[in-house]
Design a protein around this ligand. Structure first.
Ligand code: ZN
Length: 183
């Protein structure tokens, strides 16, 4: 087990646009650490920059639903197309204790590579599409907070300030919640 610290809102890593992966040999070790960290935090998705690694890489495990047979890794992911609309409550391991209702496309077509470098283009829907969009946002330096209105942000102002200050001082003990969509 190798659990990394999940970087919190306020840390500049979360605002970086991640670089494309070209050395696939380094991935197994990073991915293994990402899984250990995600499971430790009871998340269903994690982007590499959430543990301070600015690479276009994320993992998803939604095997608690019947949408997926197993956990999956996505390298150099890029959303090529999207359609439909759905609203769903999203939490984020980098913004503990906060959830927002976020409207996103219901279906997305993702171009990506697997850990062995093979290229794929697949359409996803449901929780899978939701999680993919959340993680792709992370890799582009975007977070759920960027999807909500100024009024909603204002309502969470003190909570966000607290998380941000904790991230800045790096003395933060991650809050545990029981939501099913922590990503
Ligand atoms: Zn997140």
């Amino acid at each position: 087990m190798s659990v990394a610290e999940v970087i919190k809102y306020g840390d500049p890593h979360l605002r970086n646009v991640c670089s494309e992966v070209d050395d696939f040999k380094i991935l197994p070790e990073i991915v293994s650490q990402m899984y250990d960290t995600m499971y430790e935090e009871s998340g269903i998705g994690l982007a590499a920059n959430q543990i301070g690694i600015d690479l276009n890489l994320f993992i998803i495990d939604i095997t608690h639903t019947d949408e997926a047979d197993g956990p999956s890794e996505f390298v150099n992911g890029k959303i090529m197309d999207s359609r439909g609309e759905a609203t769903f409550s999203e939490g984020c391991l980098s913004i503990p204790g906060v959830e927002f209702e976020i409207m996103r496309p219901e279906f997305v077509t993702l171009q990506y590579q697997k850990l062995d470098g093979t290229k794929h283009t697949t359409e996803f829907d449901g929780l899978y599409a939701r999680a993919i969009q959340h993680e792709i946002d992370h890799l582009n330096g975007k977070m759920i907070i960027d999807h909500v209105s100024a009024i909603t942000r204002l309502r969470y102002k003190s909570q966000l300030k607290e998380i941000k200050e904790a991230a800045e001082t790096r003395n933060f003990n991650s809050a545990k919640t029981n939501t099913s969509a922590r990503l």
